[in-house]
Design a protein around this ligand. Structure first.
Ligand SMILES: [Ca+2]
Ligand SMILES: [Ca+2]
Length: 116
């Protein structure tokens, strides 16, 4: 039986994503196509499980916003805002609400969000 996933489960990809969230250029040809996704910038790519996880992995939020991906609205635990934090895109973790630090360009995380 052929082994499609030599690393086992997705742990290897998750560990790698922490070290280098955004890849440039050489998408590994050994990866099955469904494991990786291109960013809006075609020279950048991410692991598929980095789509719609709330984190700006592509650098231009194309992994969180259209047209590359269509993500569901912010889930529970997230606050929707036009975020100014590079790490996030259209949603921030509610743990960042009411922390006296502006994370939304409209300050809604500090004034509208009810808190974590
Ligand atoms: Ca992401
Ligand atoms: Ca905040």
């Amino acid at each position: 039986m052929n082994k499609i996933f030599p690393q086992g489960d997705g742990n290897a990809a998750a560990a790698g994503s922490k070290a280098l969230p955004r890849r440039q250029g050489d998408m590994p040809q050994s990866f099955p196509g469904f494991l990786v996704a291109h960013c809006g910038d075609p020279t950048s790519w991410i692991y598929s499980d980095q789509k719609c996880d709330g984190i700006n992995n592509c650098g231009d939020c194309s992994d969180e916003l259209s047209p590359v991906t269509v993500c569901p609205p912010c889930g529970p635990g997230w606050w929707r805002c036009p975020s100014t934090v590079f790490k996030y895109c259209s949603c921030i973790p509610r743990s960042l609400c009411r922390d006296h630090v502006q994370h939304c360009s409209d300050w809604s995380d500090e004034y509208s969000c009810p808190g974590p």
